[in-house]
Design a protein around this ligand. Structure first.
Ligand SMILES: [Zn+2]
Length: 146
């Protein structure tokens, strides 16, 4: 991932490019990269504020806010698992495939249409309990520190 590429996307005023950059950042664990990006954050805020990022079930601007907070968090010595607690978006299965965590156990609660996962962060070994809830059109995920 090139820093110029990320800057270009955030300054594009194009919703798809911006969200693409958001998801790239939320998968990034490279602290040097985050430090390089840090001085650009005020400019990103200014540019992105003028763009309607849309979102049906969830305001996409919240994803942008999360990505910005995550960059700062990593620069302050924080861990990738910071991103899980403030949103209900992250399915642990693809997160495990990307190497961000390990699923220690899975159990079904058929009556409640829920699946419970016990997961461990790959970087700081912190454990979380994740409940996958099938209530609406798309499942959502409740993360709690274990
Ligand atoms: Zn962690």
């Amino acid at each position: 991932m090139e820093i110029d590429q990320i800057i270009q996307k955030f300054e594009s005023r194009d919703k798809h490019q911006i969200l693409d950059a958001v998801w790239l950042l939320l998968d990034c664990t490279d602290r040097d990269f985050m430090f390089e990006l840090l001085p650009h954050l005020p400019q990103f805020h200014k540019k992105v504020k003028a763009v309607d990022l849309g979102g049906v079930f969830y305001q996409n601007s919240k994803h942008f806010d999360l990505a910005m907070a995550y960059v700062k968090h990593v620069c302050d010595g924080g861990c990738h698992c910071f991103i899980y607690k403030s949103t209900s978006l992250f399915n642990p299965i693809p997160q495990e495939k990307k190497g961000h965590l390990t699923i220690l156990s899975t159990s079904d609660n058929i009556e409640l249409y829920q699946v419970n996962f016990e997961v461990e962060c790959s970087y700081c070994n912190k454990r979380f309990g994740v409940t996958e809830v099938h209530g609406g059109h798309v499942p959502w995920y409740q993360w709690c520190a274990a």
